[in-house]
Ligand binder design. Structure first.
Ligand code: SF4
Ligand code: MG
Length: 278
């Protein structure tokens, strides 16, 4: 079982107070509490302040290119199904250039987790409007206010078939760790969007902003339609596991439908062994 010391990588260079610290700690805590060893994980990150997480949490890791953490993570999982795989990145990375990958991963259902550090801005490049910035949001690239409306990440995941969709807040570590643990243990693609205030460049979406607005739901909604309607009703300001469904993940389906037996986990090996046993 990993300890915090085992999971500590390079010293973070994030600004003091950045929400990403909590998310990093949340990932470490979830791995420790679930009783895994560092070598059983691979963390694949994109580009942005958030992208540094694969260097700061010491497991197998790959700091990839902008918007591509999800396809690389899917490849890692296909190559070594025994690894627990986490893709991580920011809202600019995942919901801008990486949006297509996110949608396809949602419908494909490869067994991995996608944790997005959502700060509604491009932080690393010093504060431009991102695909998650609110309508009217003023930055140096949108001096008269953002003319566009933000991507709704959790609704996108629910609408496109993701089998686990959740949302957390960097200001509530206990709740976030519980969500990350459940996402890691979910068999299939799990999407977790985490509100992570950028204290340096975003003076709108602050810790206080989220504390005032967020509504928590203790249980997942029963149907996709119910989840979509509740997310809309609260304008996306919801936390908790919002939708969960049990469905064979992509590799399990390949193995069963085509009688292929890739290098599966011991448990899956055993299940398939009994299925194909004559
Ligand atoms: Fe965090 Fe923003 Fe600083 Fe980047 S610029 S480390 S997102 S506070
Ligand atoms: Mg961002």
């Amino acid at each position: 079982m990993a300890t915090l010391k085992d999971l500590r990588g390079d010293a973070p260079t994030w600004c003091p107070g950045c929400g990403h610290f909590s998310i990093m700690a949340g990932i470490q805590k979830a791995i420790i509490q679930l009783g895994y060893e560092p070598h059983e994980f691979a963390i694949i990150s994109g580009i942005g302040c958030s992208g540094k997480v694969s260097e700061y949490v010491r497991t197998n890791g790959f700091h990839t290119i902008h918007g591509r953490s999800v396809p690389v993570a899917q490849g890692v999982k296909m190559g070594n199904p025994k690894l627990k795989v986490i893709a991580s990145g920011g809202d600019g990375d995942g919901y801008g250039i990486g949006l297509g990958h996110f949608i396809h991963a949602s419908r494909r259902n490869i067994d991995m987790s996608y944790i997005v550090m959502d700060n509604n801005i491009y932080g690393l490049t010093k504060g431009q409007t991102s695909p998650r910035s609110e309508h009217g949001f003023v930055t140096k690239t949108t001096k008269d206010g953002n003319k566009e409306y933000p991507v709704d990440p959790v609704s996108t995941a629910v609408a496109n078939g993701a089998t686990f969709v959740a949302q957390g807040f960097a200001g509530d570590i206990k709740q976030m760790v519980d969500i990350i643990q459940r996402a890691i243990e979910h068999e299939g693609f799990s999407h977790v969007n985490i509100f992570s205030p950028c204290v340096t460049f975003n003076k709108i979406n602050t810790y206080d902003f989220y504390k005032e607005k967020l509504v928590h739901f203790d249980k997942p909604f029963e149907t996709r339609n119910e989840a979509l309607s509740k997310i809309k009703e609260h304008e996306g300001m919801v936390t908790g596991v919002l939708y969960e469904e049990k469905r064979d993940d992509f590799q399990r389906k390949l193995a069963i439908d085509f009688d292929m037996q890739p290098a599966l986990s011991e448990e899956m090996d055993k299940e398939l062994y009994h299925k194909f046993e004559k």
